[in-house]
Design a binder for this molecule. Structure first.
Ligand code: PRX
Length: 650
């Protein structure tokens, strides 16, 4: 099916042409970890050997016997090898002269600050690990986290890794219902949360929200509460424990558990095309190898760098490029709790100046917000410490790229546009900053050792043009499954093309072999770099007593990239008055989280359906984009569309 026939066709139309090019500055290349194409050549010669070499830079308690065992879709990397993630992030740096180096420089939104050296972090992780043990957490048990961006989140996660417990982080902005669903799916034994956190000057009452979820999570035996401020809360005797009290009694050393390379490290939930979130499973040896190598080469990490990845740890970016990749490299990192516009729109630039950040990694949605706020905000600060910029989460439009390059990078910093996914674990398509000539809007080329391809519907290779983005051979940090649902894993990623990983994204390749990501081809909407499934929003809407049916689509949004538009049919007898729109938006926020709030709700008596009753979202998209309607021949009732068009345009 996937033989490499060369094809010059277009399975997905690609309209954007971009001719600008930016070579790496000479002084950057001269000091870069990688200065030429040798890494690509080395990996192309023998992919497995290349990855084994990367893995060999980590500390293993026992070396592996086989590099790769591939039985699609099941990959076993480094079989027989034993290691521990927290040992690699902490102990080996303590032993190798980095014990007094700053690991985390943290700033809270109200301006409070903490710096933890590798030694500090090591000590706290050991103690936290002993607290978990004391509460009965054992290797393989799942521990859920619902936390603000404070050091205890990182400490708790590394503590899980130390004892071989599996962490599953639920983004603090998610609703109690979303937390409940994820705890139930993971069958977590312990929940770690905080009394609260700060966001745009408001208090996020995390423990209060967690209590709502905890009403329906029978597997949770204990709750650990981190004290962030003076938030009012209810403590349930016997179940709830203050972390600082547990820590007072905890021993200072905890032996790291020797983990099999394929033992589970964490589960992270992400949206798919059906309502139920998918618990993506990552294991230890391969995941650490992928995040370690990409951090080192894509971000060109040096001992003197100050690295700032702005992503919350609730997303994969925070797992791979805050918690693991940079820590494995012994980096100094910034962790910031709050919003970029609090108390003012220069908070990020102020932090960069204050801490001398040298590498800054953020998302296009943030860059578009900065653009909108204007260049005067970064201009108030000295950003000359920056030497490298990164982008992740969605396609960066060339105008945003240019603005980032000019106003943040002073035209002196390469930009690494990094394409990857929760499922891929680490960066897959990207430039190497000292080597690759950049084109604004293109993620450029696959990382060494990654065999990304573009295929037609029939599985033929597309040399130039648009098609489906796939990965043809296994890589160490690939997802090992969907927790508890092997069939869905097979079906979602491995059934479109045999033995080939299907990403769900469209992409085109240009005449120079550069990849341009075209976005999702499935029913997943990318809002501000976060995947939201149309199904989940639809279920949340239908959950409201006035709603009979709902169809959700992604529409263009200047800042968020995509926003959610919902077409809603209300039940007979319900009142579709002006207030209902606000009520439904709040209902979705309550069910899923405010990130999933529809931007626009269109009430309609009917929705366009096929004769078999399937809602044709494609036609709804045409209406929302004001396009000529595509093929309508399979519609059960074509008059529905005209009515809908009129309502939409009103
Ligand atoms: O559509 C792609 C988009 O984000 C999706 C992955 O989302 P998630 O698993 O939440 O992980 C986000 C952070 C890695 C992809 O399928 N995406 C991610 N990075 C890029 C991107 N689209 C274009 N360019 C990128 N650099």
């Amino acid at each position: 099916m996937t033989e490499t026939k060369v094809k010059k066709t277009t399975a997905i139309s690609a309209l954007l042409e971009e001719g600008r090019r930016f070579d790496p500055p000479i002084h950057f290349t001269q000091n870069a970890n990688i200065q030429d194409h040798s890494l690509y050549e080395e990996a192309a010669k023998d992919r497995e050997r290349f990855w084994a070499k990367m893995a060999g830079e980590l500390d293993w308690f026992e070396k592996w016997q086989t590099v790769l065992d591939w039985n699609p879709p099941h990959a076993t990397w480094f079989a027989g090898g034993k290691l521990n993630a927290s040992y690699n992030c902490l102990d080996r740096h303590i032993k190798n002269g980095l014990r007094n180096k700053a690991a985390i420089i943290w700033e809270g939104e109200p301006g409070d600050q903490r710096t933890l050296t590798y030694w500090d972090l090591y000590r706290e992780v050991n103690q936290f690990a002993n607290c978990l043990k004391k509460l009965g957490v054992k290797k393989g048990d799942r521990v859920a986290f619902y936390m603000p961006m404070i050091p205890e989140l990182a400490i708790g996660l590394l503590a899980c890794a130390r004892i071989g417990a599996v962490h599953t982080v639920v983004f603090g902005g998610f609703s109690p219902d979303a937390l409940r669903d994820r705890i139930q799916d993971a069958k977590a034994k312990v929940l770690v949360t905080a009394d609260g956190g700060y966001r745009r000057g408001n208090l996020m009452p995390l423990k209060h929200d967690a209590d709502l979820a905890l009403r329906e999570t029978p597997t949770i035996e204990h709750v650990i509460i981190v004290k962030r401020g003076d938030f009012p809360l209810h403590v349930k005797e016997g179940r709830d424990h203050w972390l600082h009290r547990l820590m007072q009694e905890a021993e200072s050393y905890c032996e790291p558990e020797p983990m099999d390379a394929e033992d589970m490290l964490f589960i992270l939930y992400t949206s798919g095309t059906t309502g139920k979130p998918k618990g993506i499973v990552h294991t230890t040896g391969g995941y650490l190898t992928g995040t370690y190598a990409t951090s080192k080469y894509v971000f060109d990490l040096k001992q003197e760098d100050v690295f700032w990845c702005t992503a919350d740890i609730g997303w994969i970016t925070g797992h791979s490029y805050f918690l693991y990749g940079p820590m494995l490299n012994g980096a100094t990192q910034i962790m910031y709790e709050g919003a970029p516009d609090w108390p003012d729109r220069d908070r990020f630039w102020e932090l960069i100046e204050k801490y001398g950040v040298s590498i800054f990694y953020t998302a296009p949605t943030a860059i578009r917000a900065f653009m909108k706020w204007g260049a005067e905000w970064p201009e108030r600060h000295d950003l000359r410490s920056l030497r490298l910029l990164g982008s992740v989460g969605e396609p960066i439009n060339p105008e945003a790229w240019m603005w980032y390059h000019q106003h943040i990078g002073r035209e002196a910093c390469p930009i690494v546009d990094t394409w990857w996914q929760t499922e891929t674990g680490s960066i897959m398509i990207t430039s190497l900053p000292g080597v690759t000539s950049l084109k604004p809007g293109s993620a450029t080329v696959p990382f060494p050792g990654i065999e990304a391809e573009i295929l037609s519907e029939e599985g033929e290779r597309i040399e130039e043009g648009g098609g489906y983005l796939v990965v043809k051979s296994p890589w160490p940090s690939m997802a090992r499954g969907i927790y508890g649902d092997p069939e869905r894993f097979q079906q979602q990623y491995w059934s479109k093309y045999k033995g080939v990983y299907f990403t769900g994204d469209g992409a085109k390749r240009d005449q120079d072999g550069y990849f341009w990501i075209l976005g999702r081809v499935d029913d997943v909407i990318n809002v501000s770099g976060h995947r939201i499934s149309t199904m989940e929003v639809e279920s949340a809407l239908v959950d409201h007593h006035t709603v009979a049916e709902a169809a959700v689509i992604g529409i263009h949004h200047d800042l968020k990239g995509q926003a959610i538009a919902a077409f809603v049919t209300i039940k007979e007898g319900s009142d579709g008055n002006g207030k209902l729109e606000a009520v439904l938006r709040d209902h979705v926020a309550q069910k899923i989280g405010s990130i999933a709030k529809p931007e626009k709700i269109i009430f309609s008596a009917d929705l366009p359906k096929t004769r078999s009753g399937k809602i044709m979202r494609r036609l709804l998209r045409d209406i929302a984009e004001g396009k000529a309607l595509g093929d309508t021949t399979t519609l059960a009732d074509p008059t529905v569309l005209e009515k809908l068009k009129r309502t939409y345009e009103e």
